[in-house]
Design a protein around this ligand. Structure first.
Ligand SMILES: NC(=O)c1ccc[n+]([C@@H]2O[C@H](COP(=O)([O-])OP(=O)(O)OC[C@H]3O[C@@H](n4cnc5c(N)ncnc54)[C@H](O)[C@@H]3O)[C@@H](O)[C@H]2O)c1
Length: 354
């Protein structure tokens, strides 16, 4: 098996690359990355140590793909993944060129070699302005979704694939949704096996968490290195909640998807930790405090961030029914692994994450 992972030194890309090399020792794994994300240079060392091959290149540049041999599978994991990206001059072009034009360049490459494509899309394709209206039930430490919702695709279990797409979704969400449309057209018109995974929050070791992306690792890092955090918006108590999927659980799904490519035909699946692996910021604080033994200063602001949501939970029903896959790794286990990674790699991580 020959695999190209674009963004192969990012959080998801490097984890998948290392796991592919562990599980399929004779596979060839090419990681294309421009190392623009701080910390991707650290992940590169993990990829190389596992036997992956690095191609320093840019998905925005079509000819950079000429340096990669024919592959069977392409995993599109190169992105500017911040939901806040695109507002600052210069960032907008990078966001659109990387997330949309980069995916189109990736599709040309997949078409040339008739390779299957697995796309990491996002829950951010669903509009925040309607999601913000979801009915909530509040407990002191957490919001939950009410079992009485007005919109289709929305239930206590979370957001399903038939949730209406009309509305605003952020510039980031727009680049990913537009990419999905091109993937489906390439799959249909050129016979490419394809699957689209709309992921909720993903986390685990090798995630270079920062204020606008990678909240789970950011939270643990600020506890570990005794920094400062704050609850922003929704009453300022940290009740906002997300489901969290461990990247190794995502890998298990990708394994199944590769083994069953013929069944998927460009389908879209919501993929996340689900209701059982949902955590609020206040709960996250408790878990990080327990694991690190450190209590840190927690600020609070009442003003909501534009485009933010009080809650997002992935409804995994479709993918679980289709494949039998469901998440196995709990949030406390994930946090413990992140903590152990900090201890093991503190020398290279402190300057990036502290
Ligand atoms: N992490 C999450 O919670 C999450 C959730 C939903 C979807 N996703 C999607 O999963 C994918 C991977 O996300 P991640 O969390 O690993 O992000 P990441 O930032 O850790 O990794 C992205 C990688 O892409 C590289 N990159 C950026 N621009 C590039 C370019 N122009 N050319 C080549 N490489 C470039 C970066 O250097 C980085 O190594 C993205 O498509 C993202 O939208 C992530």
């Amino acid at each position: 098996m020959k695999i190209l992972i674009t963004g192969g030194c990012g959080f998801v890309g490097s984890n998948l690359a290392v796991l592919f090399k562990q599980y399929y020792t004779d596979s060839e794994v090419y990681c294309l990355d421009n190392l623009s994300r701080r910390g991707s240079e650290v992940n590169l060392q993990k990829v190389l140590a596992a036997g992956g091959q690095f191609v320093h290149g840019d998905v925005r540049v079509k000819t950079d793909f000429d340096r990669i041999p024919a592959v069977d599978i392409v995993i599109d994991a190169a992105a500017e993944p911040s939901v806040l990206a695109g507002k600052v001059p210069g960032e907008l072009e990078n966001l659109i060129d990387t997330n949309l034009n980069g995916t189109i360049n990736t599709l040309y490459f997949a078409k040339k070699h008739q390779a299957a494509i697995i796309f990491l899309s996002t829950s951010r394709v669903y509009p925040y302005d309607t999601l913000a209206e979801a009915k909530l039930v509040a407990s002191p430490k957490r919001f939950n979704l009410s079992n009485d919702q007005a919109l289709k695709g929305l239930s206590e279990q979370g957001i399903a694939e038939n949730y209406p797409l009309e509305g605003l979704r952020s510039l980031y969400g727009a680049t990913k949704l537009a990419s999905e449309y091109f993937i489906q057209e390439f799959a249909h018109n050129f016979g490419l096996p394809a699957v689209i995974n709309r992921c909720g929050v993903l986390s685990g070791p090798y995630q270079m968490g920062k204020i606008d992306q990678g909240v789970i690792v950011l939270w643990m890092a600020k506890h570990f290195w005794k920094g400062r955090l704050g609850y922003i918006g929704y009453g300022g108590l940290g009740q906002q909640a997300r489901d969290v999927l461990h990247v190794r659980d995502l890998f298990r799904l990708v394994q199944w998807q590769i083994a069953n490519l013929g069944l998927q035909k460009g389908q879209i699946f919501n993929v996340g930790g689900g209701l059982e692996n949902t955590v609020s910021l206040a709960e996250l604080t408790d878990l990080c405090t327990q694991i690190t033994g450190n209590t840190i200063e927690m600020g609070s602001s009442l003003e909501n961030r534009p485009g933010d949501l009080p809650i997002y939970i992935t409804d995994n029903s479709k993918i679980t029914e289709f494949s039998g896959w469901k998440p196995e790794i709990t949030v406390p286990t994930l946090l413990q692994e992140v903590h152990d990674w900090f201890i093991a790699d503190e020398a290279s991580l402190k300057a990036i994450l502290a």
